[in-house]
Design a protein around this ligand. Sequence first.
Ligand code: GDP
Ligand code: GDP
Length: 463
Amino acid sequence: MLPVIALVGRPNVGKSTLFNRLTRTRDALVADFPGLTRDRKYGQASYEDYEFILVDTGGIDGSEQGIESEMAEQSLLAIEEADIVMFLVDARAGLTASDIGIADHLRKQQKKVFVVANKIDGIDADSNCAEFYQLALGEVYQIAAAHGRGITSLLDTALQPVIAEYAEAYREANPEEFEDDLVDSLYDDENEGEEVDGERPDKPVKLAIIGRPNVGKSTLTNRILGEERVIVYDMPGTTRDSVYIPMTRNEKEYVLIDTAGVRKRKKVSDVVEKFSVIKTLKAIEDANVVLLVIDAREGISDQDLSLLGYTLNAGRSLVIAVNKWDGLDTDVKDRIKSELDRRLGFIDFARIHFISALHGTGVGHLFESVDEAYESATKRISTAMLRRIMDMAQADHQPPLVRGRRVKLKYAHAGGYNPPIIVIHGNQVKDLPDSYKRYMMNYYRKALKVMGTPIKIEFREGD
Ligand code: GDP
Ligand code: GDP
């Protein structure tokens, strides 16, 4: 489970600049799917071996207590759900009343807070930052997000120890989840050209059921579990955690990650749910396969596309269920199908199912695609095969010339699974145009018959 870090601060202090800088690398996969709206408020980032979820909380200015605006509410919810808060202030503007308001709010939350003074470029940083100690939130870290200054040191000295502590605590609480070494070692195949021996340990497939509120996630979960029951689980106190439900189907084991469960419980006591993007993000990160539920009657919303973006960003396998397919006229069905084609046509690897969670129609078939997606995502592919496909792709369509020299791809091997990562070494690969990278990806997808999962290709300079 990943720690959540929220970027907090008044507008214009540089939150999105820092956000972009920290999440940049992870956006690569989404960039391969033109047509997808990229939500810039939530992102995965990594630093050395540590991954975390980063949330840009948008414009809070410290006076929100009592304000009902949805945006402020989402920001406050994000702070509540975060493990760590990076509180940005503007070193040029100096300390403001809003900063003090935000600091008061943060102090009440009892979170780990780091004060980060941004925009120290071209000013006397020490003397400009001194007044931020009045916030009484400890050390003031100096950065210039726009220029990348101070960020490594912020990550090293402030974040790294806390994230490591978080990871360690989680590891201790969930030792069984860290027996993956065998699986990973299978992919370090030094033995070029050899099929790698060894069985993949049979582990339950973690299936996250995600989607906007009211699309039918709970109804579907109940249907899958085969019981019409109100889901009442004993949950740890937080709103941001999903319910994990082990189940067996056709003698295969699964764990359903139910992102709707907590809300259902709350409904009983009539508490209005706030849709937690963080909860969904964590479920996606923790899953092997994501089942995205869309409401046929609502069409495809931007929020659906954002959820899709997060799923791709995390490299997860994907199955799409268009729910509430019951009782629709043929012409309505046709209209919905053409809208799906138009807006989701670019994710050609994901199977789409039309189902009725209410009546159970089509629900059983979902698992065929879930199994297929998981198998595609974890399939072991030999170095020889990857290399052969690379050679074929190059023979069919040569990489372009760059400054008079042809880009040359020399060697390929597997770099991981779920999603499958293919590492390609070559000359001048940094100059490869995106169109050629996409060509390679599609070539591999067809050759390997991979369905249900994105593929990631990493290009590396040299042999
Ligand atoms: P947000 O509203 O907090 O997300 O702030 P933005 O990231 O949009 O940044 C607001 C403005 O500050 C933009 O014009 C940025 O270019 C500028 N900015 C961000 N970081 C720095 C920095 O390190 N130095 C300077 N001089 N300007 C910066
Ligand atoms: P969640 O918020 O995503 O968990 O959605 P729920 O499972 O609570 O469903 C929201 C509403 O949609 C409820 O009134 C359900 O009865 C209804 N619903 C769910 N699935 C279907 C379906 O397949 N067909 C129809 N017609 N209604 C459905």
